[in-house]
Write a protein that binds this ligand. Sequence first.
Ligand code: UD1
Length: 360
Amino acid sequence: MNVFHIVGARPNFMKVAPVMNALKTRKHVQTLIHTGQHYDANMSDVFFEQLCIPAPDVNLAVGTGSHARQTAEIMTRLEPVLLEGKPDIVLVYGDVNSTVASALVCAKLGVRVGHVEAGLRSFDRSMPEEINRLVTDQLADMLFTPSEDGDVNLQKEGIPAERIFLGVGNVMIDSLVKLLPAARRHNQHGLPEGSAERYALVTLHRPANVDNGIILKRIIQSLLEVSQDLSVIFPAHPRTRKRIADFGLHAGQLQIVDPLSYLEFLGMQSRATVVITDSGGVQEETTYLGVPCLTLRENTERPVTVSLGTNVLVGRDPDKLRSELSRVLAGNAKKGTVPPLWDGHAGERIAVLLAGSTTC
Ligand code: UD1
C-alpha cells in the first residue's frame, strides 16, 4: 500500500512517529510530507531527530500566515504532490491547520483519508482547532479515535459507523512510552538526576490566552504568585514570547526559556511538582505520568484526562488556580489512572486496521 503521512506542527510529530514505525514493519511504501507550518529548529527539526522520524520526502514550506492564508497555501502546494504521488491513503493527524487543509485536498481529489486522533471535541467553536476537527472528521474515510468519548461524538454527528475505528488508543502516548526512559536520563536546565527541586512547568500558546493583553497580563500575574511558592519554568512558544514583548509585560522571576526538545520537555514534565498549561497534548502526557495538571482553559477536548486523569480545568479564574495549587503543595493533588489503551501500541493497532481495509 502507498501511504502518505502529512504533518506540519509540533504536536503531530510525536503522533506520526509510532504509526510510521508500525507500518514500516508491514512493508508499506510510505511518503512523509511536512507542510512547514512549524519551521523553527526547536519547533520541528529536533522532534524529527529525537523521535527518529525520517526526513520529510516533501516540505511544502508554507510558514506562518492567517488561518485562511495558511490553510489555502497548504492546499495549493499539496494538490500537485498528491496528483503525482497517487497515494492509496493519506493519514492526517490531530487538529491543526495542516490537518484540515490536507483532508480538504484529499476529499476533492477523491483520495482516501485516515484521521488519527479523530472524534475529540471541546464543543467550543471559538477554538480554531475545533473547526479543524469537525471538518476533518466529516471528510475522513477512516477515523481512528483515541478514546470512547471520540466514538460517541462521531456517532452523534452522524458519521457512518463503518468509518469509525473505535478506540485504537493514543498514538502520542506510544511515543511517550518509548522515550520516557531516555527523557528521564536527559539533564534539563541544570536540574540534576533525582533532583529534589520543586517546580511548576508552564506552557501557554492558545490565542484565547495569549493574544489579548489583559488576559495574558492576568495569567502572568497568577504565575508570578505561583513563583512565590516554587520555581516556575516556562518554555515559551514563539507566539507567546512575542506577545509578552508586544504587550510590555514583566515576567519577573518566571524562568522563560525557548521551546524545549521532546526529550527535555518530557523529562521536565515527569519530574514537575505541577504542570500549568493550555495545551491538549500536555493534558494527556501529565495524565499518563500521574503529574498534577492545571489547565488554563474552560473546556477540554480530552475529557478523559479530567474524568480519569490528573487534569483539573481551572479556566482563567485566579482563585481556582490558587486553590488547586494549594492542594498540590499540600500533597492533596487529584489522583488519576491511565486511560484504557494508552499502552504504547496504538500505532500498531492502526497499522493492523489499515492492512485489513479492503478498499486500500
Ligand atoms: C498550532 C496549532 C495548535 C497547536 C500549536 C502547537 C493550528 C490552528 N494551531 O498553533 O493547535 O497546539 O500549533 O504549537 O494549527 N511560529 C514561529 N516558529 C515556528 C512556528 C510558529 O515563530 O516554527 C510563530 C509564528 O510567528 C506564528 C505563530 O508562531 O505566527 C503561530 O504559529 P501557527 O502555526 O500559526 O499556530 P500555533 O499557535 O503554533
